[in-house]
Design a protein around this ligand. Sequence first.
Ligand code: URC
Length: 302
Amino acid sequence: MPIVLGPNQYGKAEVRLVHVDRSTPVHRISDLNVSTALRGDFTAAHTRGDNSHVLATDTQKNVVYAFAREGGVGEIEQFGTRLGRHFTAAYDWITGARVEIEQFGWDRIDVAGPAQDHSFVRSGQSRRTTVVTIDADDVHVVSGIAGLVVLKTTGSEFHGFPRDRYTTLAETSDRILATEVTARWRYTATDSGITGADFARLSAEIPRTLVETFAGLHSLALQQTLYHMGEKVLATFPEVAEIRMSMPNKHHFLVDLAPFGLDNPDSVYLAADRPYGRIEGTVLRDDVPAAPIAWDATPGFC
Ligand SMILES: O=c1[nH]c(=O)c2[nH]c(=O)[nH]c2[nH]1
């Protein structure tokens, strides 16, 4: 029968892990959502129900918790690499692993006394992410940010687009521009060079660069804003090989107040939640080899 098993992977999705480092009176927490997936020779399990190669997803979940206990968590890129390397070293038929981690941030509560050492408030809406892909001896790290909501009240235009019989949108030379940035960037030298301290620094500096570019660029389209945000990241951080972004255009429509005898000089808006434009793109160095496997099973980007 000319039917065969194609690409496949399996693992435990969304293992919620909170690790508390109590090694000093100033406690530190890591709040993670970890998803593991294994790749390799699992044909017999799919075709015959032979589970002799199947490292149970329950076991994968236990490894996540045990590794947090044994080595701590540290930077999510390093934790993901430790987990992925463990799985691929465990059995010779496991040749690849994908470990996806999202991290929820907590800020210390700024209160007098010792309570600040162990009291936290969830920080913002955005989440730090990473996807570590192990493929035999290769390690790829794609880190990112999700839920980064930004808005500017001026400095955004949109005009010059083709008009046909279906076009109703008015041209504008001043509008609100708002989006929720999901960005993922692939690090170049993943196994060599980039330290935990680098990952920590870059995880803060790259989002800062993204939002500063959003703010600073006088935008003629969200597409232009996306490209320049990516270009600035690549120009600033040699550690980054490519960056992919997905940015919904969170439309703000002026409300017609004429029925109430009121004008509306760009002051009262309806924040629509759908439909929304969705602008997606990749900005990359044309002298760095592509690594399509680093993006396998990471949806939402073109
Ligand atoms: O920045 C924009 N890009 C578009 O492609 C688009 N299309 C649209 O209706 N409004 C906008 N705005």
